[in-house]
Design a protein around this ligand. Sequence first.
Ligand SMILES: [Zn+2]
Ligand SMILES: [Zn+2]
Length: 250
Amino acid sequence: MVNKNSAWDYLKEGFLNLIYPLSCENCGKSIRESKGYSICDDCMKQIKLISSPYCYQCGKPLSPMVYFEEKAMCSDCNSKEKHYFNRSVAYYQGVMRKCIHLLKYKKQVKLIQPLGDLMIDYLKADNFYDIQEIDLIIPVPLFKGDFLRRGFNQSSLLAEYVANYFSLSFSNDLLIKNKENVSQVGLSKIERKNNVKNVFSINSSFKKDIYNILLIDDIFTTGATVEACCKELRKTGIKKIFVLTLARGI
Ligand SMILES: [Zn+2]
Ligand SMILES: [Zn+2]
């Protein structure tokens, strides 16, 4: 588990901070306390959270200027059927963007704790999700090769952190990623869709007594990844699939 540190870990980190003091990647201020990641508390508070109005289906923020009805949907969701309902906690910009980069590329896995806490706070505050209804929390998986290269799946760490907090079941291998898809960055909408085609499948050992699932991912861009995951999950007879993503790109 990520959030449990032994006294030894704290001593070790405190000692390392003395030798290699961390400075905040956002404001440059030195970080004295033992955190294991380089974003100060003041900067963490700058993360821009998404609040209503947003699309009932995909969670896309809608202009507060438009007339807002309870289940308003964005034009994209109005024009085509989707297999998921997504909510995103924050905008993928500024400090949130830095946090995700530090997590993924500088392996500052201790960031799972403050970022996971943002997801927990969201789940507690938003009445769209009834956490009591959830049978299982799962992450969007990584392809084995990507996992071995990075050493961890940040979405899996987030999902496990959230599941532990709510004492819910967690599965790391219900969904399987079968192939490596090239980075979604810089691709057109159609290219992104083809990029995730037949990428995911369900683990054959899956027991069909699970009804409601919460799928967790770090970044939501076009939704092509979660759509591909949820399409597979729907084939199993799972009743409700909720998606919660940490940050939203668009
Ligand atoms: Zn700072
Ligand atoms: Zn939408």
